[in-house]
Design a protein around this ligand. Structure first.
Ligand code: SAM
Ligand code: SF4
Length: 476
């Protein structure tokens, strides 16, 4: 695998899903007067938001289509995290502008983080779109569509202090019907100096715990067997029920979701290393169905760089956190996000990142080179002075290191038996199943004579591995 593949081969920005069109329901009994098409980019939270948008549009009489040619409304749910994402979206918008010349009635809108960041440019200067809607303004979409249909360009990108979409039931992508993502909070209060999220998504707001539990219960009742609780910083989830005065921490929330059924797996992402508590780790240890996997982004292994990044922990503090996880949850998988070539990073400081990867024994990492984002603290305060070829070389060293760590981690699993949730048929072999273990590793194994189906649990013994996949046989 080359560097670019690995760099983008990540779950946060799952490259295979970038630009994915939202799928309509196969058997939707409702009749819609018009059709919408939505394409999503960026992190899992954006994909989850597209499901909220689909729900709002369904209620306004719009049904989903995967064909832009028959869409009355074309939407792009965008991301600003990396420059590359913005470039891709601009390219798509230019293509849609051409389609619009052929079909003038079609409306084009931009949603999400890029809408928030580039509102004036997109609408007024470049005249690429009819509507620009920020992540906190999706409820106003039907009104904005009406305005745009009347010929008026419309915009609503106001960030809200309390929007959580708690009362909207997302319309799920039916692609696997087994695992779903639930947004438990929006925004972020951290100010990592490289990151645009605090500017595009606003202040942190935790969603009502009851509505989260109700959504998870409903998913379970509909056959889903895995939910991932999503937030930029899930460990700072904190909800106060004004009626009962009860406060709910992330550990309590996770426990309540886990108690829905032992057959419902619970995952979460992302944990900021400064916030993950012993309470969370002990709750994970207490419930078998809370998956033993933590995404704990380090970003850099050097204390000076971490300070510049405003991550609020040191190298030593991070290492102690890893020790604690391994002490309380000895079989826990850990993954990370890593940035190569942040402003003023020296060669020795880069070596610190490589050595903390060894120390933490990451099973997986999402690896990026630093790209300056306008408006961030780093863009205002520091010079982006590590030459591009140096950034890329350092990133390649990080990628190579991770390659070995992932392979070693998988090799250590050979001979072990895991409880696996079947997600579907293997893409490469119709006679094999593909599933995941608690540690989030993909396992492929022959179906054999057993009458198993998607959503079943099965014990599988690992017999072999590659860097990305475990291979196994069903435990007799
Ligand atoms: N909230 C999560 C956290 O704190 O780790 C993830 C936020 S962000 C959506 C996902 C990852 O993108 C970050 O962890 C970081 O590694 C990467 N990232 C964000 N801004 C970046 C930038 N300007 N250049 C390179 N990578 C960046
Ligand atoms: Fe961005 Fe830091 Fe917030 Fe993550 S924790 S979203 S990296 S500001």
């Amino acid at each position: 695998m080359n560097m670019m593949d690995l760099m983008t081969d990540n779950k946060v920005h799952d490259e295979s899903r970038q630009g994915e069109a939202y799928a309509p329901f196969a058997n939707d009994p409702n009749q819609y007067k018009k059709k919408f098409y939505i394409e999503s980019y960026g992190c899992q939270m954006n994909f989850s938001d597209s499901e909220i948008v689909a729900s709002i549009l369904n209620s306004a009489g719009y049904g989903a289509t995967r064909d832009t040619e028959e869409a009355d409304l074309v939407l792009l749910n965008t991301c600003s995290i990396r420059e590359k994402a913005e470039q891709t979206i601009r390219k798509r918008l230019t293509e849609f502008r051409k389609a619009k010349m052929r079909r003038p009635g079609m409306l084009v809108g931009v949603l999400g983080c890029m809408a928030e960041r580039l509102k004036a440019n997109l609408l007024e200067e470049e005249k690429l779109v009819d509507m620009v809607v920020g992540p906190d303004a999706y409820r106003t979409l039907p009104g904005l569509i009406e305005e745009a249909e009347g010929g008026q360009k419309s915009v609503n990108v106001l960030l809200s202090r309390d929007e959580t979409y708690a009362d909207i039931s997302p319309v799920r992508l039916e692609s696997n019907g087994m695992s779903a993502f639930i947004s438990i909070m929006r925004g972020c209060n951290n100010m990592c100096s490289f990151c645009v999220v605090p500017f595009t998504r606003g202040r942190e707001r935790s969603r009502d715990a009851k509505s989260i539990i109700a959504e998870a219960q409903d998913l379970f009742d509909r056959g889903f067997r895995e939910v991932t609780l999503l937030g930029q910083n899930v460990d700072s989830y904190y909800f106060v029920d004004e009626k009962s005065n009860e406060t709910v921490s992330f550990a309590m929330l996770m426990e309540r979701v886990a108690l829905i059924s032992p057959d419902l797996r619970v995952r979460f992402s992302t944990s900021h290393p400064k916030d993950i508590t012993d309470e969370v780790l002990y709750t994970m240890a207490k419930y078998e169905n809370i998956c033993k996997y933590i995404h704990l982004p380090v970003q850099s292994g050097n204390t000076r760089v971490l300070q510049l990044m405003n991550r609020t922990y040191t190298r030593e503090w991070y290492m102690k956190k890893v020790d604690r996880i391994k002490e309380i949850l000895p079989d826990c998988g850990i993954s990370s996000d890593i940035i190569a070539g942040f402003c003023s990073e020296t060669e020795e400081e880069h070596q610190d990142t490589l050595s903390i990867m060894d120390y933490s024994q990451y099973d997986y990492s999402y690896m990026f080179f630093y790209s300056e984002r306008p408006g961030t603290l780093a863009a205002r305060r520091y010079k982006d002075d590590v030459p591009e070829e140096v950034k890329k070389r350092r990133l390649q060293e990080i990628v190579d290191k991770q390659y070995h760590l992932s392979l070693e981690s998988n090799k250590r699993d050979v001979g072990k038996t895991y409880k696996v949730l079947i997600e579907g048929e293997s893409k490469k072999d119709e006679n094999a199943w593909m599933g995941r273990n608690s540690q989030n590793k993909v396992i492929v194994f022959a179906k054999e004579q057993y009458n198993l189906k998607k959503g079943d649990y099965v014990y599988v013994t690992v017999t072999d591995c590659t860097k990305g996949t475990l291979l196994g046989v069903i435990e007799k």
